[in-house]
Design a binder for this molecule. Structure first.
Ligand SMILES: [Ca+2]
Ligand SMILES: [Ca+2]
Length: 339
């Protein structure tokens, strides 16, 4: 009965002159506290970093203590991929035969660092590929640099990730066997991160902030796209807001991302690569962040704070966004910025 009632409730949002129906989000049951989560190609399974007592203890005030899990968006078929170290970002390959994930599992003797402090990122984090059941692990990186924020191109040919060298973040890519590693961005002030491929498997969506603006709170962030050969960098947002955590829609035109509204309230918005005012998707006084979309474009997945403090009690939530028409059937190429 409770479920029926929640499904019957809709929020009618009037925005940009058109009305959209947004179903209330539900928390995925049976899953411990979790931050970043991404859908599998089947738009049912999810890979996420989930808090686990077996993980290395991050220490007071630090982000960490998660391991990589796979489960369905109904909270069933729960499986832990890795059992030691600390894990961060992860992603499915498009044929669902493999996953890529981030872990400190082989560098547990190095300083733990802090996943949420760019001046103390875990230098022991490396990238790994494995089967979905955690078997056949292949280590892709082996160095003293922070590597994380990893995802896979829709054609399965490329892995894109963030690497920090001497305090400076840039985007890199490589083949799934670790070959043909190539640096994509070469910027000293801009700190790029959280890259995701658009449907053409060539254009990458990401956000960057400036070292010179780091002490401004909230730190201004800008959404860009770039071709993965490092050309055609295109700015997509032009304000001083914190345009954080952009994730592309399967239609190749829109993206979900995070902004801060009144009362330091972090909310999820829908942006358009071609410009225009974004559409607000969440109306919740606590933290909402780390948005991603299912490959069929019908479901939004995100982290919501259920605790009293900022970002306390983060759990993974799902929202039906099928009314937004973000699916791959709407793909017509990557638009230029033309407000
Ligand atoms: Ca490394
Ligand atoms: Ca919120």
């Amino acid at each position: 009965m409770k479920k029926l009632i929640s499904l019957a409730i809709f929020i009618l949002v009037q925005n940009n002159g058109y009305a959209i129906n947004i179903q209330q989000a539900y928390q995925i049951p049976n899953i411990a506290e979790s931050a970043e989560a991404y859908y599998a190609p089947d738009s049912i399974h999810i890979i996420a970093q989930v808090q686990d007592e077996t993980a290395q203890e991050p220490g007071p005030g630090k982000a960490g203590g998660a391991l990589t899990y796979i489960f369905t968006d109904q909270g069933t078929d729960i499986f832990r991929v890795n059992d030691h170290g600390q894990d961060a970002c992860s992603f499915f390959f498009p044929d669902m035969s493999k996953i890529v994930w981030t872990s400190t599992r082989d560098n547990m003797d190095m300083p733990l660092g802090n996943w949420s402090d760019d001046s103390d990122y875990p230098q022991g984090s490396e990238l790994y590929i494995s089967n979905l059941d955690g078997s056949n692990i292949k280590r892709l990186t082996n160095n003293e640099y922070y590597e994380a924020e990893v995802s896979v191109s829709p054609d399965g040919e490329w892995i894109v990730f963030g690497r920090q060298i001497q305090g400076n973040m840039d985007l890199w890519k490589m083949r799934s066997d670790g070959s043909e590693e190539q640096q994509i961005t070469f910027t000293e002030d801009l700190q790029e991160g959280a890259p995701f491929y658009l449907p053409d498997s060539k254009t990458i969506l990401y956000r960057a902030w400036r070292n010179s603006e780091k002490n401004i709170h909230p730190t201004p962030m800008t959404v860009f796209t770039i071709h993965h050969d490092g050309t055609h960098r295109t700015q997509r947002t032009f304000d001083d807001d914190m345009n954080w955590a952009p994730y592309p829609a399967p239609d190749g035109k829109h993206y979900v991302f995070v902004r801060i509204v009144e009362g330091f309230n972090w909310e999820i918005f829908l942006g358009d690569l071609s410009g225009g005012e974004p559409t607000r998707l969440t109306y919740n006084p606590s933290f909402d962040g780390f948005p991603a979309l299912s490959p069929d474009g019908t479901k939004l997945i995100f982290s919501r704070s259920t605790g009293e403090r900022f970002m306390a009690g983060l759990y993974t939530f799902v929202m039906d966004v099928s009314s937004l028409n973000l699916g791959p059937e709407n793909y017509q190429g990557i638009p230029d910025y033309s407000p």
